[in-house]
Ligand binder design. Sequence first.
Ligand code: FAD
Length: 282
Amino acid sequence: MTPSPHRLPVSLEFFPPKTPDGVDKLAAVRQKLYALQPAYCSVTYGAGGSTQDGTLQAVRAILAEGHDAAPHFSCIGASQDSIREKLQQFRQDGIRRLVALRGDLPSGYGGFGEFRHASDLVAFIRAETGDHFHIEVAAYPETHPQARSPEADLQAFATKVRAGADVAITQYFYNADAYFRFVDDVRRMGLDIPVIAGIMPITNSTQLMRFSDTCGAEIPRWIRSRLQAFGDDRDSIQAFGLDVVTQLCDRLRREGAPGFHFYTMNQATATTEICRRLGLAA
Ligand code: FAD
C-alpha cells in the first residue's frame, strides 16, 4: 500500500489492567506502540465500576513516559461534587485532555445520578474549568443502540458538540459508508468538529462478536461469515483481519478521515502492522 503524502494523526486506546502482571504487560505494549508516535493515548474508565483508579494510574504512567494521555471520564451515576473533585484531581496530575462520556451503568447499579447525558458532562466541565481541557466525545456512525432514532441521535450528538467538545471519536465500524454518511450529516448541521475514525483491529472473532453485540457496531455479513468459517484458525483470522482493517483505513484516509483512534485491546502487534502497511509507522 502506498504511504500517504501526509501522516494522519494516530491515537491509541488502552484499558486499565486488573493485575500487577497486566500493568507490566501494558507498559511493555506501550513501549512498542510509542514507535507510532501517537498524538496521545487514552485509557478507558469503568462507569460506576472498580477500574477508575486504574485509569488514573495508567494515565499517570503514560504522562511520565513523555506522552500525552487522556482519561476516559464517564458521568453516569455521578454527582456534581464527585465530578468536580475528579476534575480537580486531573488538573493536579497535569492532565489537559479528557474523553467525556455518559458511560453505561453496571447492572444492579442505581439511577442516572446528576448527569443524564454526555452533553451535561461536557457543559459542566466547560463551566467549571473553561478551556483547560481538550474534550473528546463519542460518535456513533451506525447510531447509538439506545437512541430513539438516527435523527434523535444526531441531534443529541450536536448538543454534545455545542456544549463544548473539541473532537469526536467514533465507535468502531467496518462499514466506511456509514462513517462518511455520518460526517455529511454532521456537516449539514453546521458542525465542523473533526470526526476521528475509531478502528478496532480484528484479532479474535469470538471477542469481536461479543463486543459488537453489546455496543451496536455492525459486523458486515461477509466479514462475519468469513470469520466463522475460520473456526479456531487464529492465523487465518489475524491475516484476514489485517487485510480488512488496513483496506478500511486506506479508504477512510483517501476520502478524508482526519485521524485514527485505535482500540488496541492492550495489544501491540495488529495496530503496529496496520500502521506499517499504511505507511503510518515511523
Ligand atoms: P451520550 O452522548 O449521552 O448518548 C447516550 C444515549 O443518549 C444516545 O442514545 C443518545 O442518542 C441519547 N442522548 C444523548 N443526549 C440526549 C438528549 N439531550 N436527549 C435525548 N437523548 C439523548 N464506556 C465506558 O463505560 N467507559 C469508557 O471508557 C468508554 N469509552 C468509550 C470511548 C469511545 C470512543 C466510545 C465511542 C464509547 C465509549 N464508551 C465507554 C461507551 C459509552 O459509554 C456508551 O456508548 C454509552 O452508552 C454512551 O455514552 P455517550 O457518551 O456516547 O453518551
